[in-house]
Design a protein around this ligand. Sequence first.
Ligand code: SRM
Ligand code: SF4
Length: 558
Amino acid sequence: MTDDKKKSSPVEKIKTASENLRGTIAEGLRDAATGAIAEDDTQLTKFHGIYQQDDRELRAERARQKLEPAYSFMARVRVPGGRCTTEQWLALDSLAQQYGGGALRITTRQAVQFHGLLKRDLKATIQGIDRSLMDTFAACGDVNRNVMCTPLAEQSPVHASALHWAQILSDQLTPKTGAYNEIWLDGKKVTSQESATAESEPLYGPTYLPRKFKIAIAIPPHNDVDVFAHDLGFIAIERDGQLIGFNVTVGGGMGATHNDPATYPRLADVIGFCPPDQVVAVAEAVITTQRDFGDRSERKHARLKYTIDDGGLDWFSAEVSRRSGYKFQPSVEFKFTSNADRFGWQHGTDDLWHLALFVPSGRVVDRDNQRWSSGLRAVAEIHEGDFLLTPNQNLIISGVSATARERIDNLLAEYGLDLWKELTPLRLNAMACVALPTCGLAMAEAERYLPDFMDRVAAVLARHKLPGDDITVRITGCPNGCARPYVADIGLVGKAPGRYNLFLGGGHAGQRLNRLVKENLDENAILEHLDPIFGRYAAGRQDNEAFGDWLNRAELAA
Ligand code: SRM
Ligand code: SF4
């Protein structure tokens, strides 16, 4: 818990002095002498969904030429529950073509990222996003971020209700400062005096949260959102086909630092059940408890999971009850079976059809024989429903009439986008984070390495006559865990170029952390390590037993 005598971290000081997230961002944008903004402001733009980056592959050459790094910006668009209209998609696509190198990136949290935006184009991009009734505000930073929800509300009335609550949570928990409006949308400037009163942040206070905060809603049996990886989670409980409330989970988080045992991935605990009308009060109580007790001196120890481990789950739960005014009811039984997406056409409660497409690592860009930008644009131009972003970086074309299905299928085939038909579940369910060249924290490749690695894993599996359908592989370029590698059957976590820590035995439904089995391996060593294990798995698995579950039962537990 917070010790008042501890020194606040530098980021806390920046937030305090920022006048509700303004800092000198506006001035920095006007400075044409550099492609960067002031260092303190790089912390503040995160709250506006914008990260300053530079192309790491050009660093050495630019330094040799005595040039400043090739600065550019990543902007993350919030899409609560992953639902956007085709008009919105077309607007994002058009901005990507104009300013973002022709690419969009669907993230592991149902959001959309632009990469490579130049400082001079940032405002125009944000204004274009705003015109499509979307924003990047609070997509990053020490606040509640994009609220996730199992997509496709048309699967059942429970799915529709869950999305409704995701959108309410998203609205209620967005910060109130006018800084975003003022800086990016040329909104009215608020004077310091006004900002103290009209603009107070009733939920967050002037220094916001000690660290990022994430919420997900899951609908059993699908744990596609990986609810246990979130600071706060809601597991939908149904009776007679209707939502009756949620089991509440707290304290999940993936981030860790290599060789620092004080940091660790942690799965959330279920603390009880609440009816739907208590969801907002519970979320606010969890957030204010973290706001008041979270560690503001050491950012590596500032996530909610550490606040809970330091204070104890009972204390935390009682504090949330006290603040919300609601006592949790006992949790209700639930069962998750998978944390993957389900590909292909599904029929919805609306009597329309919905097609879940595999998008490799969520990267929407035209490549030789897979023209994702052009193909999805062509679909969006004739499609009357929505595009839904999944928590595994994929996309659902939602709301297609029976008669329009063939046309969509033909378009997807024409642009090379029907990969879900030909790839195996092993490949379809594998995930990698962005990593190099844009991520400033990457220690190894992830997204660019995943296809090669999966080919090699498939070859080793084939030797043991295993299709690998029950194996989830996730790779990240560093231990921060952006592709949630610590809940995968097989997790590779970047240590250095070409080298990874190998984690095995995660729960196939995201319900169990895997374990570190070997450190700092290159590809050959990883495959050599996996080969005999796959052999034993082939011989010893029970019917449909997922790799991580078998491994945990048969080997790791021993
Ligand atoms: Fe992440 C930081 C990308 C989901 C844990 N993450 C970053 C940054 C912004 C790097 C930075 O701080 O400079 C990465 C930008 C790379 C780039 O060039 O785009 C980045 N994170 C991503 C995305 C785009 C990965 C992807 O391949 O899709 C995901 C965007 C999600 C979104 O739309 O909001 C993404 N990040 C996650 C997740 C998964 C999740 O939330 O379900 C996690 C693990 C869960 C968690 O939060 O514990 C995650 N990202 C982190 C961390 C570690 C936080 C911690 O508690 O230690 C960092 C580093 C940090 O915050 O200091 C980080
Ligand atoms: Fe970057 Fe690490 Fe996140 Fe991958 S896991 S995107 S390398 S911060």
